[in-house]
Design a protein around this ligand. Structure first.
Ligand code: HAM
Length: 456
């Protein structure tokens, strides 16, 4: 075949059928928990006015300055592919007068976001986020509850060893004071910082705190900490968040370098990471060596490698001033976003399987008449909500039985030429190979009976 000329754009990927099961599992697990906690789903457009993000997220943030995909429409509007979900949801809250609804308004979303970043493991240009926004509530209970829900979703997915990093970056009262103190700490160190951080001194000094450059980290290890400069209100809020987390037994780590990348954050900020697992890279397993007929002289070599670090699985925080920066009133709010691709990759690295649909019955056919009858029969099973797999493209019974076996079907129904003519069908127990011939009109009843017995 000619080599495919067209490839997916860099940093944007196809989600192939076998991976869709992971996405579905994340969606279903999250939805169940959020339903319980009274969150309702919202969808906003993929495109928004670019200004929404410059004003909401911040002109000088990396996401707006360097990573936003923008386009000019024929009507001359400047639109942006949404790089994140919080500003659009606050826009929707204000636009639809949600402040007149019963407060708080608790929303969740799942969908694609776009950032023009350098593609690498866990970092894409199109990625999915599963997010929540808890709007119209200023109590620290809200901060703690959304963190609890976030860990509940990740734990229900099967993750252990979650690391919740948390910090408070204060608000417009105390943050300017802290910024001054940080800048004076950095005064004589500017030339030692990386070029990005030298720029950040002018544009966004707080972001220097979470720079990943080793030299910057070394310098910043001694930096003054935000929590020591909080005003009494912010101090009290953060203290209560931590007390509630202690009470509800959500473990966390204080991280004085956590500041997050968007200007809308005030007070609590947090991220969730996974403690890395050791990845076993067996060069060759013992059974494989024996199967090849070689005598193992020594135990097979197993190399241990640190799991590739994907960055945070989720991040969020409180953003009490976002509504005002978009022209709205005083709407305290908090939320988080889970990076779905990172969760899928972490699930794969931990060999956590998504639930693939269980196939209990396989329908095999031989001959053209049987093939035609199969279509009708499949529809009858669908109406009875019994999942039946088939392989209409195949003719050989051997092939079809092999597929039924691979899918783990308990029963295979065989419709041969003779059975198709006589109005009968064979039911084969795949475990012991026993076959019984049944009237076609009774087959659904018979299958139901057998499946019920299986479930007892
Ligand atoms: P964020 O930290 O930018 O926050 O993104 C949330 C999560 O999305 C990250 O922790 C990461 O797992 C994932 N993520 C971010 N960028 C990429 C990328 N380029 N490729 C793959 N995954 C990525 C927000 O977006 C905020 N809106 C979260 C929030 C909601 N804060 C309050 N409410």
């Amino acid at each position: 075949m000619e080599k495919n000329k067209f490839q997916n754009p860099s940093g944007m990927h196809d989600i192939l059928p076998q991976d869709e099961f992971y996405y579905q599992k994340i969606y279903n697990t999250g939805q169940k928990i959020l339903d319980f906690y009274g969150f309702e789903k919202i969808d906003t457009p993929i495109l928004e006015m670019a200004d929404l993000f410059s004003r909401g997220v911040g002109e000088a943030t990396e996401v707006v300055e360097k990573q936003m995909y923008t386009l000019r429409t024929k009507g001359k509007d400047l639109l942006a592919l949404r790089p994140e979900g919080t500003a659009p949801i606050m826009r929707a809250y204000l636009q639809h007068g949600m402040h007149t609804w019963l407060q708080p308004v608790k929303l969740w979303y799942f969908g694609p976001f776009f950032r023009h970043e350098r593609p690498q493991a866990g970092r894409y240009r199109q990625f999915n986020q599963f997010g929540v926004e808890f709007l119209g509530e200023k109590s620290p209970i809200a901060d703690a509850q959304i963190i609890l829900i976030l860990t509940a979703i990740l734990e229900d997915l099967g993750f252990k060893n979650l690391v919740v990093k948390i910090n408070s970056i204060g608000d417009s009262n105390c943050r300017p004071v802290y910024k001054k103190i940080l800048l004076s700490f950095l005064k004589n160190k500017k030339s030692e910082l990386c070029s990005d951080c030298q720029e950040r001194i002018k544009t966004n000094p707080l972001r220097i705190l979470d720079c990943k450059n080793a030299k910057c980290r070394q310098i910043l290890a001694e930096a003054p900490q935000t929590i020591n400069y909080l005003c009494p209100e912010c101090h009290q809020h953060f203290k209560e968040v931590l007390e509630i987390l202690d009470e509800i037994k959500v473990s966390y780590t204080l991280d004085s370098h956590l500041v997050r990348g968007f200007d809308y954050y005030t007070n609590t900020v947090f991220e969730v990471e996974l403690a890395p697992v050791k990845k076993e890279v067996a060069e060759k397993k013992e059974e494989e060596i024996i199967a090849e007929g070689a005598v193992p002289v020594e135990a097979p070599k197993v190399e241990e490698k640190e799991e590739l670090q994907l960055g945070s699985l989720a991040g969020g925080g409180r953003y009490d001033k976002l509504a005002k920066s978009l022209g709205g009133g005083d709407i305290p709010a908090c939320g988080w976003g889970i990076g779905v691709e990172r969760v899928v990759e972490a699930m794969k690295a931990r060999k956590m399987k998504p639930n693939e649909p269980v196939v209990q019955v396989f329908l095999a056919q031989i001959g053209i008449l049987a093939k035609r009858k199969t279509l009708r029969l499949l529809e009858d099973f669908r109406k009875e909500r019994i999942r039946v797999a088939e392989s209409l493209g195949r003719d050989s019974l051997k092939n079809q039985l092999a597929r039924a076996d691979r899918l783990g079907a308990k029963y295979t129904l065989i419709l041969g030429q003779k059975e198709a003519l006589d109005g009968e069908i064979i039911i084969r127990n795949m475990e012991n190979g026993q076959q019984t011939t049944v009237d076609q009109k009774d087959i659904i009843k018979e299958v139901k009976k057998r499946l019920q017995q299986e479930n007892k």
